[in-house]
Design a protein. Structure first.
Ligand code: HEM
Ligand code: HEM
Ligand code: SF4
Ligand code: SF4
Length: 381
């Protein structure tokens, strides 16, 4: 397409420059009924899966219909979302902290009509465009990252693993029959953008091979001390190498100390490590961020490695389903997945989920690893 100027003048980049204006004030976008009853809500109910009712002091009722979103969206899709909001909600809508979409109306009849309309919309491939659900004790949207769509450090894909997983657990998105909500999150490398470290079930991209070092260019494109300091295990040291009679300043990686975190690559483009066969996913479970009954908790690694199997990751989705089913069957009401595992004991958790326990799961990172071992005779055979 031919260039079309927005009015910006590259000769005078600072002229007419607007800066530090921040986001639009959220109050500009409130539906009138939300604005009117702001701070005056009395109670709420989950009317049915995907539908909430909030009652205000004034007697006003707001019905919220929540539907799934793929997070990665075209403008065409967003325009369709706007069309729905124009048709049913006077042009108002919002997105949740888990990237679901919420439409608000003022009566049960309108909410039910809207829910039906949303559930009827399909892509040409057959997938739901706006599946209604995500409330109460079910599985809601998967908080996820960029993967092979946009980032340069991933060990797996985000949108692909998430679509495969949501297809597998779709019934739980549309129902509320689990003991408590199950948050599934995904991150494509252990930078853990998002919520993998604090979710009931987490998918995490991992490497299994040390970085390759491009000695010839390293000193030109990296700050060597930053690469050295990036390593959590001290596996990297500065060094010099001779190639074709020329001396290069570079780094050496002690491979038996490297645990393939990829941090050095984030700092230094001359140390790439992604690998088709080496890379895959680890599964973690038992994290949560709320303070309800028990403290917030980190998720723990329970499956050290599952290979990448694009496009549907069948082994990974099978294991996730296995964990979810064992929890759904055995946990008590209100017990989050981690609460359940802690109560029955992790040795029972592995048994009930049919997971293999390997040495990879035993913490060996610095002094705190010691506190994860068992300093008691309390255990079950
Ligand atoms: C190599 C390092 C990283 C790169 C290159 C990177 C790059 C990006 C990019 C390009 C986006 C999308 C922005 C957009 O949609 O316009 C993004 C989103 C995001 N990043 Fe990162 N990021 C990095 C590390 C991190 C880390 C360490 C965290 C958290 C501790 C993080 C948290 C997030 C979150 C929460 C989002 C928003 C995701 C969403 O759309 O829901 N990122 N990042
Ligand atoms: C005082 C500060 C903060 C408050 C009050 C806050 C509050 C919340 C709340 C209420 C949720 C929704 C929980 C749910 O739906 O279950 C949430 C989700 C989330 N927050 Fe925060 N947050 C804070 C700081 C942070 C920080 C510093 C990070 C990142 C380092 C973060 C990352 C996230 C992510 C990734 C989610 C989505 C995860 C999920 O819903 O399970 N938050 N936050
Ligand atoms: S988790 Fe890692 S690979 Fe994925 S988007 Fe974040 S930094 Fe990139
Ligand atoms: S991948 Fe991680 S552990 Fe390995 S050398 Fe790089 S920073 Fe160190």
């Amino acid at each position: 397409m031919a260039f079309i100027s927005s009015g910006y003048n590259p000769e005078k980049p600072m002229e007419n420059r607007i800066t530090d204006i921040g986001p639009r004030e959220y109050k500009e976008f409130l539906p009138p009924i939300i604005e009117k009853n702001f701070g005056k809500w009395v109670y709420h109910e989950i009317v049915e899966p995907g539908m909430l009712m909030h009652k205000a002091e004034s007697g006003d009722e707001v019905y919220t219909v929540r539907c799934g979103g793929a997070r990665l969206m075209s403008v065409t899709h967003i325009r369709e979302i706007c069309d729905i909001a124009d048709k049913f909600c006077d042009g108002h809508l919002r997105f949740t902290t888990r990237n679901n979409i919420e439409f608000m109306v003022d009566s049960l009849e309108k909410a039910q009509e809207l829910k039906k309309y949303l559930n009827d919309q399909k892509f040409s491939g057959g997938s739901h465009k706006y599946p209604v659900g995500g409330t109460g004790a079910g599985v809601t949207n998967i908080v996820h990252t960029q993967g092979w769509v946009h980032c340069h450090t991933p060990a797996t894909d985000a949108s692909g693993t998430v679509k495969a997983t949501m297809d597998t657990v779709f019934d739980e998105f549309q129902n509320m029959r689990l003991p408590a909500p199950v948050r599934i999150s995904m991150a494509c490398c252990l930078n853990m953008c998002g919520a993998v470290h604090c979710s009931d079930i987490a998918i995490l991209g991992i490497h299994r091979k040390p970085p390759m070092v491009d000695h010839k260019v390293l000193d030109n494109i990296c700050e060597v001390p930053l690469a050295v300091a990036a390593c959590p295990t001290g596996a990297i040291r500065p060094t010099k190498v001779e190639i074709d009679g020329k001396s290069y300043k570079t780094v050496a990686v002690k491979e038996e100390r490297c645990m393939f975190c990829g941090n050095c690559y984030t700092m230094c483009p001359a140390m790439p490590l992604s690998d088709k066969e080496g890379d895959g996913v680890a599964l973690m479970v038992g994290g949560k961020i709320s303070n309800r009954i028990t403290k917030p908790a980190f998720s723990k690694v329970v499956v050290p490695f599952i290979p990448n199997e694009p496009p549907r990751w069948p082994t990974m989705t099978k294991v996730i389903k296995q964990i979810l089913d064992a929890y759904a069957e055995d946990a008590r009401k209100y017990e989050r997945l981690g609460d359940w595992a802690n109560r029955i004991g992790w040795e029972r958790f592995f048994e009930k989920c049919g997971l293999e326990f390997t040495e990879h799961l035993i913490d060996d990172f610095r002094d705190p690893a010691y506190y994860t071992w068992r300093q008691t005779t309390q255990f079950k055979f």
